[in-house]
Design a protein around this ligand. Structure first.
Ligand SMILES: [Mn+2]
Length: 332
Protein backbone atom coordinates (compact mmCIF):
# COMPACT_ATOMS: atom_id res chain seq x y z
CA UNK A 1 0.00 0.00 0.00
CA UNK A 2 1.38 3.39 -0.98
CA UNK A 3 0.24 6.80 0.06
CA UNK A 4 -2.32 8.74 -1.96
CA UNK A 5 -1.06 12.17 -0.91
CA UNK A 6 2.04 14.30 -0.99
CA UNK A 7 3.35 17.75 -0.22
CA UNK A 8 4.31 19.62 -3.37
CA UNK A 9 7.33 21.87 -2.92
CA UNK A 10 9.36 21.38 -6.11
CA UNK A 11 8.93 20.67 -9.82
CA UNK A 12 9.63 16.93 -9.53
CA UNK A 13 6.63 16.61 -7.20
CA UNK A 14 4.30 17.56 -10.05
CA UNK A 15 5.11 14.31 -11.85
CA UNK A 16 4.77 12.44 -8.61
CA UNK A 17 1.30 13.94 -8.04
CA UNK A 18 0.25 12.85 -11.53
CA UNK A 19 1.39 9.27 -10.87
CA UNK A 20 -0.36 9.12 -7.48
CA UNK A 21 -3.63 10.39 -8.97
CA UNK A 22 -3.51 8.17 -12.06
CA UNK A 23 -2.76 5.11 -9.97
CA UNK A 24 -5.68 5.84 -7.63
CA UNK A 25 -7.95 6.46 -10.65
CA UNK A 26 -7.01 3.09 -12.10
CA UNK A 27 -7.69 1.39 -8.76
CA UNK A 28 -11.04 3.18 -8.57
CA UNK A 29 -11.99 1.52 -11.85
CA UNK A 30 -12.03 4.57 -14.11
CA UNK A 31 -11.61 3.74 -17.82
CA UNK A 32 -8.31 4.66 -19.44
CA UNK A 33 -9.54 7.82 -21.19
CA UNK A 34 -10.78 9.15 -17.84
CA UNK A 35 -7.53 8.19 -16.13
CA UNK A 36 -5.89 10.48 -18.69
CA UNK A 37 -8.21 13.31 -17.66
CA UNK A 38 -7.28 12.72 -14.02
CA UNK A 39 -3.57 12.82 -14.94
CA UNK A 40 -4.02 16.07 -16.82
CA UNK A 41 -5.94 17.70 -13.96
CA UNK A 42 -3.44 16.42 -11.38
CA UNK A 43 -0.57 17.97 -13.33
CA UNK A 44 -2.36 21.33 -13.51
CA UNK A 45 -3.36 21.28 -9.83
CA UNK A 46 0.12 20.37 -8.59
CA UNK A 47 1.69 22.98 -10.92
CA UNK A 48 -0.72 25.56 -9.53
CA UNK A 49 0.33 24.76 -5.96
CA UNK A 50 3.96 25.47 -6.91
CA UNK A 51 3.26 28.49 -9.06
CA UNK A 52 0.87 30.34 -6.77
CA UNK A 53 1.85 29.23 -3.28
CA UNK A 54 5.28 27.57 -3.55
CA UNK A 55 3.98 24.74 -1.43
CA UNK A 56 0.77 22.79 -1.03
CA UNK A 57 -0.96 19.56 -0.10
CA UNK A 58 -2.11 17.20 -2.85
CA UNK A 59 -4.52 14.60 -1.50
CA UNK A 60 -6.29 11.89 -3.52
CA UNK A 61 -9.30 10.15 -2.00
CA UNK A 62 -10.74 7.14 -3.84
CA UNK A 63 -13.96 6.34 -1.96
CA UNK A 64 -17.75 6.32 -2.18
CA UNK A 65 -17.91 5.42 -5.88
CA UNK A 66 -15.76 8.32 -6.99
CA UNK A 67 -12.27 9.77 -7.05
CA UNK A 68 -11.59 13.11 -5.38
CA UNK A 69 -8.43 15.11 -5.88
CA UNK A 70 -8.01 17.93 -3.38
CA UNK A 71 -5.23 20.51 -3.83
CA UNK A 72 -4.79 23.00 -1.00
CA UNK A 73 -2.36 25.76 -0.19
CA UNK A 74 -1.85 28.66 2.19
CA UNK A 75 -0.88 31.02 -0.60
CA UNK A 76 -2.24 34.43 -1.60
CA UNK A 77 -5.63 33.08 -2.70
CA UNK A 78 -7.40 33.56 -6.01
CA UNK A 79 -8.76 37.03 -5.32
CA UNK A 80 -9.68 37.72 -8.91
CA UNK A 81 -12.29 34.96 -9.06
CA UNK A 82 -13.40 35.12 -5.47
CA UNK A 83 -16.73 36.74 -6.29
CA UNK A 84 -17.71 34.19 -8.90
CA UNK A 85 -16.84 31.40 -6.48
CA UNK A 86 -18.87 32.59 -3.53
CA UNK A 87 -21.98 30.52 -4.22
CA UNK A 88 -20.23 27.22 -4.45
CA UNK A 89 -19.56 25.28 -7.60
CA UNK A 90 -18.17 27.41 -10.34
CA UNK A 91 -20.21 27.49 -13.51
CA UNK A 92 -19.03 30.85 -14.78
CA UNK A 93 -16.08 33.12 -14.37
CA UNK A 94 -12.71 33.37 -15.94
CA UNK A 95 -10.30 31.08 -14.19
CA UNK A 96 -6.61 31.00 -14.80
CA UNK A 97 -5.65 28.63 -17.62
CA UNK A 98 -4.66 25.83 -15.27
CA UNK A 99 -7.85 25.73 -13.24
CA UNK A 100 -9.97 26.08 -16.37
CA UNK A 101 -8.38 22.90 -17.71
CA UNK A 102 -9.07 21.13 -14.42
CA UNK A 103 -12.70 22.23 -14.51
CA UNK A 104 -13.11 20.88 -18.04
CA UNK A 105 -11.39 17.58 -17.20
CA UNK A 106 -13.35 16.82 -14.03
CA UNK A 107 -16.97 15.71 -13.55
CA UNK A 108 -17.27 18.20 -10.71
CA UNK A 109 -15.10 21.10 -9.70
CA UNK A 110 -15.22 23.33 -6.63
CA UNK A 111 -12.92 25.96 -5.19
CA UNK A 112 -12.86 27.91 -1.95
CA UNK A 113 -10.31 30.68 -1.73
CA UNK A 114 -9.61 33.52 0.66
CA UNK A 115 -7.34 36.41 -0.13
CA UNK A 116 -4.14 36.18 1.87
CA UNK A 117 -5.10 32.82 3.39
CA UNK A 118 -5.13 30.17 0.71
CA UNK A 119 -7.11 28.04 -1.68
CA UNK A 120 -8.78 24.63 -1.63
CA UNK A 121 -9.61 23.09 -5.00
CA UNK A 122 -11.63 19.92 -5.50
CA UNK A 123 -11.78 17.92 -8.73
CA UNK A 124 -14.08 14.88 -8.72
CA UNK A 125 -14.67 11.96 -11.09
CA UNK A 126 -17.56 9.55 -10.65
CA UNK A 127 -16.57 5.89 -10.79
CA UNK A 128 -19.98 4.38 -10.06
CA UNK A 129 -23.27 5.11 -8.31
CA UNK A 130 -23.05 6.99 -5.01
CA UNK A 131 -23.70 4.60 -2.13
CA UNK A 132 -24.84 7.41 0.18
CA UNK A 133 -28.49 7.43 1.31
CA UNK A 134 -30.85 10.38 1.35
CA UNK A 135 -28.69 12.98 -0.35
CA UNK A 136 -25.94 12.93 2.28
CA UNK A 137 -22.65 14.46 1.17
CA UNK A 138 -19.28 13.30 2.52
CA UNK A 139 -15.79 14.49 1.75
CA UNK A 140 -12.33 13.88 3.12
CA UNK A 141 -8.74 14.98 2.88
CA UNK A 142 -5.76 13.03 4.16
CA UNK A 143 -2.06 13.75 4.54
CA UNK A 144 0.41 11.06 5.58
CA UNK A 145 3.14 11.94 8.09
CA UNK A 146 6.45 13.05 6.50
CA UNK A 147 8.65 10.12 5.42
CA UNK A 148 5.96 7.45 5.80
CA UNK A 149 4.43 5.37 3.03
CA UNK A 150 1.34 4.32 4.98
CA UNK A 151 -1.12 6.57 6.73
CA UNK A 152 -2.06 5.66 10.29
CA UNK A 153 -5.20 7.76 10.04
CA UNK A 154 -8.04 6.07 8.21
CA UNK A 155 -11.73 6.62 7.70
CA UNK A 156 -14.66 4.80 6.22
CA UNK A 157 -18.32 5.35 5.39
CA UNK A 158 -20.34 2.14 5.36
CA UNK A 159 -23.94 2.21 4.22
CA UNK A 160 -26.88 0.08 5.25
CA UNK A 161 -30.45 0.42 3.90
CA UNK A 162 -31.09 3.97 5.07
CA UNK A 163 -28.12 4.94 7.19
CA UNK A 164 -24.41 5.44 6.90
CA UNK A 165 -21.84 4.68 9.57
CA UNK A 166 -18.74 6.84 9.42
CA UNK A 167 -15.59 6.20 11.40
CA UNK A 168 -12.32 8.07 11.77
CA UNK A 169 -9.45 6.09 13.29
CA UNK A 170 -6.10 7.53 14.36
CA UNK A 171 -3.66 4.69 15.00
CA UNK A 172 -1.15 5.48 17.73
CA UNK A 173 2.03 7.04 16.39
CA UNK A 174 2.45 6.79 12.62
CA UNK A 175 3.71 4.43 9.92
CA UNK A 176 2.93 0.76 9.34
CA UNK A 177 1.94 -0.20 12.89
CA UNK A 178 -0.40 2.77 13.20
CA UNK A 179 -1.97 1.78 9.89
CA UNK A 180 -2.49 -1.81 11.10
CA UNK A 181 -4.36 -0.56 14.18
CA UNK A 182 -6.60 1.64 12.04
CA UNK A 183 -7.14 -1.22 9.55
CA UNK A 184 -8.56 -3.30 12.39
CA UNK A 185 -10.84 -0.47 13.46
CA UNK A 186 -12.10 0.15 9.91
CA UNK A 187 -12.64 -3.60 9.31
CA UNK A 188 -14.81 -3.78 12.40
CA UNK A 189 -17.03 -0.98 11.07
CA UNK A 190 -17.21 -2.64 7.65
CA UNK A 191 -18.29 -5.93 9.24
CA UNK A 192 -21.02 -4.39 11.45
CA UNK A 193 -22.23 -1.07 10.04
CA UNK A 194 -25.79 -1.79 11.21
CA UNK A 195 -24.82 -1.89 14.89
CA UNK A 196 -24.94 1.20 17.10
CA UNK A 197 -21.68 3.19 17.38
CA UNK A 198 -21.03 2.25 21.02
CA UNK A 199 -21.47 -1.43 20.19
CA UNK A 200 -19.09 -1.14 17.23
CA UNK A 201 -16.49 0.44 19.51
CA UNK A 202 -17.00 -2.38 22.00
CA UNK A 203 -16.32 -4.93 19.26
CA UNK A 204 -13.17 -3.05 18.26
CA UNK A 205 -11.62 -3.53 21.68
CA UNK A 206 -10.60 -7.20 21.13
CA UNK A 207 -9.88 -6.59 17.41
CA UNK A 208 -7.31 -3.94 18.28
CA UNK A 209 -5.88 -5.74 21.32
CA UNK A 210 -2.99 -7.16 19.27
CA UNK A 211 -2.25 -3.72 17.78
CA UNK A 212 -0.90 -0.45 19.13
CA UNK A 213 -4.42 0.82 19.55
CA UNK A 214 -6.20 3.80 18.09
CA UNK A 215 -8.46 6.68 18.95
CA UNK A 216 -11.72 6.24 17.08
CA UNK A 217 -14.89 8.25 16.52
CA UNK A 218 -18.01 6.65 15.05
CA UNK A 219 -20.99 8.65 13.75
CA UNK A 220 -24.13 7.04 12.37
CA UNK A 221 -26.47 9.11 10.24
CA UNK A 222 -30.04 8.25 9.34
CA UNK A 223 -31.17 11.16 7.14
CA UNK A 224 -34.75 9.87 6.75
CA UNK A 225 -35.15 9.66 10.53
CA UNK A 226 -33.41 13.00 11.02
CA UNK A 227 -30.99 11.48 13.48
CA UNK A 228 -27.29 11.19 14.17
CA UNK A 229 -25.79 8.90 16.78
CA UNK A 230 -22.23 9.32 17.96
CA UNK A 231 -19.72 7.53 20.14
CA UNK A 232 -15.99 8.13 20.40
CA UNK A 233 -12.98 6.98 22.39
CA UNK A 234 -9.91 9.20 22.48
CA UNK A 235 -9.10 12.54 20.97
CA UNK A 236 -10.64 12.54 17.50
CA UNK A 237 -12.04 16.07 17.33
CA UNK A 238 -15.77 16.29 16.57
CA UNK A 239 -17.79 19.39 15.72
CA UNK A 240 -21.53 19.22 15.08
CA UNK A 241 -23.55 22.03 13.50
CA UNK A 242 -27.30 21.37 13.74
CA UNK A 243 -27.61 24.20 11.20
CA UNK A 244 -24.77 25.30 8.96
CA UNK A 245 -25.31 28.93 9.93
CA UNK A 246 -25.78 28.16 13.62
CA UNK A 247 -23.44 27.62 16.56
CA UNK A 248 -21.05 24.72 16.85
CA UNK A 249 -21.54 21.96 19.34
CA UNK A 250 -18.32 20.22 20.34
CA UNK A 251 -18.92 16.52 20.93
CA UNK A 252 -16.50 15.10 23.48
CA UNK A 253 -15.27 11.53 23.18
CA UNK A 254 -14.57 9.41 26.21
CA UNK A 255 -10.94 9.39 27.29
CA UNK A 256 -8.98 6.31 26.31
CA UNK A 257 -7.43 4.26 23.51
CA UNK A 258 -9.31 1.49 21.74
CA UNK A 259 -7.47 -1.82 22.07
CA UNK A 260 -5.08 -0.79 24.81
CA UNK A 261 -7.01 -1.19 28.02
CA UNK A 262 -10.47 -2.45 28.84
CA UNK A 263 -12.61 0.47 29.93
CA UNK A 264 -16.17 0.93 31.00
CA UNK A 265 -18.60 0.68 28.11
CA UNK A 266 -18.88 3.81 26.02
CA UNK A 267 -22.39 4.99 25.25
CA UNK A 268 -24.05 6.70 22.30
CA UNK A 269 -25.29 10.26 22.24
CA UNK A 270 -28.04 11.29 19.81
CA UNK A 271 -28.60 14.50 17.82
CA UNK A 272 -31.21 15.82 15.40
CA UNK A 273 -29.90 15.84 11.83
CA UNK A 274 -31.37 17.94 9.02
CA UNK A 275 -30.56 18.87 5.45
CA UNK A 276 -28.70 21.88 6.92
CA UNK A 277 -26.58 19.92 9.42
CA UNK A 278 -22.81 19.49 9.21
CA UNK A 279 -20.38 17.25 11.07
CA UNK A 280 -16.59 17.71 11.01
CA UNK A 281 -14.31 14.98 12.36
CA UNK A 282 -10.53 15.16 12.42
CA UNK A 283 -7.52 13.48 13.94
CA UNK A 284 -4.98 15.27 16.13
CA UNK A 285 -2.75 15.79 13.10
CA UNK A 286 -4.97 18.85 12.67
CA UNK A 287 -4.87 21.65 15.24
CA UNK A 288 -8.12 21.85 17.15
CA UNK A 289 -7.92 25.65 17.24
CA UNK A 290 -10.27 26.74 14.47
CA UNK A 291 -13.76 28.05 13.94
CA UNK A 292 -15.79 27.96 10.74
CA UNK A 293 -16.74 31.57 11.47
CA UNK A 294 -13.13 32.49 10.59
CA UNK A 295 -13.87 31.37 7.03
CA UNK A 296 -17.11 32.94 5.77
CA UNK A 297 -19.04 30.93 3.21
CA UNK A 298 -16.99 27.78 3.71
CA UNK A 299 -20.08 25.64 4.33
CA UNK A 300 -21.52 26.69 0.96
CA UNK A 301 -18.94 24.36 -0.58
CA UNK A 302 -18.58 20.63 -1.08
CA UNK A 303 -17.59 18.71 2.08
CA UNK A 304 -14.39 17.56 0.34
CA UNK A 305 -13.40 21.16 -0.43
CA UNK A 306 -14.10 22.00 3.22
CA UNK A 307 -12.04 19.03 4.46
CA UNK A 308 -9.14 20.12 2.25
CA UNK A 309 -9.36 23.70 3.47
CA UNK A 310 -9.24 22.68 7.14
CA UNK A 311 -6.31 20.34 6.47
CA UNK A 312 -4.48 23.08 4.59
CA UNK A 313 -5.10 25.76 7.21
CA UNK A 314 -4.67 23.73 10.38
CA UNK A 315 -2.63 20.63 9.51
CA UNK A 316 0.32 20.37 11.89
CA UNK A 317 2.58 18.76 9.29
CA UNK A 318 4.30 16.39 11.72
CA UNK A 319 1.77 13.57 12.10
CA UNK A 320 -0.76 11.81 9.89
CA UNK A 321 -3.78 14.02 9.35
CA UNK A 322 -7.33 13.13 8.35
CA UNK A 323 -10.43 15.33 8.06
CA UNK A 324 -13.88 13.94 7.26
CA UNK A 325 -16.83 16.28 6.65
CA UNK A 326 -20.49 15.23 6.35
CA UNK A 327 -23.35 17.48 5.29
CA UNK A 328 -27.02 17.57 4.54
CA UNK A 329 -29.28 14.80 3.42
CA UNK A 330 -33.04 14.38 3.59
CA UNK A 331 -33.84 14.93 7.23
CA UNK A 332 -36.41 17.35 8.53
MN1 LIG B 1 -2.09 10.48 14.81
Amino acid sequence: MTRDDLIVTEQSHVGRARIVAASAATRAGLPLERVHLVSLAATELASNLLKHAGRGVFSVVPALGRLDVVAVDCGPGIGRIEDSMRDGYSTTGTLGGGLGAVRRAADMFDVYSRRGQGTSVLARWHAGPSPLPGGLRIGSAILTAPGEVECGDRWTAETTDDSVTIAVSDGLGHGHLAARASDAAISTVAAHPELRPARILELMQPSLASTRGATVAVAQLSPAEGRMRFCGVGNVSTRFYADQDGPVQRIVSRHGIVGVAARPRPSDSAYSWSSRSWLVLHSDGISDKWSNTDWPGLFNHDPATVAGWILGQRGRGRDDACVVVIAGGGGR
